[in-house]
Write a protein that binds this ligand. Structure first.
Ligand SMILES: [Zn+2]
Length: 268
């Protein structure tokens, strides 16, 4: 026995762990050339979570871990040679339904400062996304914990932070594709509610009578529009003007991508 970081750690002779990463988890591995198998030589007992993250794969991306074909959780300790299978979150898991490590159906998010377009797209579709371009990592983690939000970030080290329960690393660099990815990961397709949330501050919109907002409108807007919504947070007024057409086109573009995706899924 020896002392390390105040703990008692049993000495064990070194052993080799062989990990097979399934689905799109190869995205996170150093070798992207289709090599999904990683071997790790360990000199002491180590949790399966630490071994997986040492390969570059953040734990919120892992939905199922099998050791010798049996499901384990992140705290499972490895102490001898093992074959381990690691699976990502899938839309409809068929095996080991009870042993999945990630929750779905989460519809509250916090996005890091690099994902402004994704945050805007998700708000446009009605989803609750906290976003501050200048937020520091510790602020992101604090709001995530307090509000029980899922963290959206392309910083894998941030996603590996031990306090992160739910999170996702968008693979694409394109905001519309990222939006589809997030909807698929958290199973949000039936929860879309366009034009219900403020794009600027994330608060909900409420319908208002024209007379209530009349004095804040430009002359042509007063003449041409009858339906208005107001942000319950910042007071921003929304109406179906020219900016509305651009936003509607954005929503239609995302819907078209969704429809194309479901057609290709049906063909498999
Ligand atoms: Zn607002």
């Amino acid at each position: 026995m020896r002392i390390r970081k105040g703990e008692l750690v049993s000495e064990v002779s070194s052993f080799t762990i062989r990990l097979s990463f399934h689905g799109d988890l190869a995205f996170f591995l150093k070798s992207k050339a289709g090599n999904k198998i990683v071997e790790r030589r360990l000199g002491e007992k180590t949790s399966v979570k630490d071994v997986i993250e040492s390969c570059g794969v953040p734990h919120p991306e892992i939905d199922l871990i099998l050791v010798k074909g049996q499901p384990v959780d992140f705290s499972h300790i490895l102490e001898r040679e093992q074959e381990i299978d690691v699976y990502p979150v899938q839309s409809q898991p068929t095996l080991f339904h009870e042993n999945r490590l990630q929750a779905k159906g989460i519809d509250r998010f916090i996005a890091d400062g690099h994902l402004g377009k994704l945050a805007r797209d998700l708000r446009l579709l009605g989803f609750d996304v906290v976003y501050d371009r200048d937020a520091q990592d510790r602020q992101l983690l604090a709001v995530m914990e307090i509000d029980n939000r899922a963290l959206l970030t392309r910083d894998r080290w941030l996603l590996m932070h031990k306090v992160v329960q739910h999170g996702y690393y968008p693979r694409s660099q394109d905001a519309a594709e990222q939006t589809i990815e997030v909807m698929r990961r958290f199973d949000l397709f039936s929860a879309i509610a366009p034009f219900t949330r403020c794009l600027r501050c994330n608060a909900l919109l409420e319908k208002v009578e024209k007379a209530e907002v009349m004095e804040k409108l430009e002359r042509l807007t007063r003449i041409h529009y009858e339906q208005f919504r107001r942000c319950t947070g910042c007071g921003q007024i929304y109406w179906p003007g020219s900016h509305f057409d651009k936003l509607r086109a954005r929503i239609e573009g995302i819907r078209a991508m969704l429809a194309a995706e479901s057609r290709s899924e049906n063909q498999i």
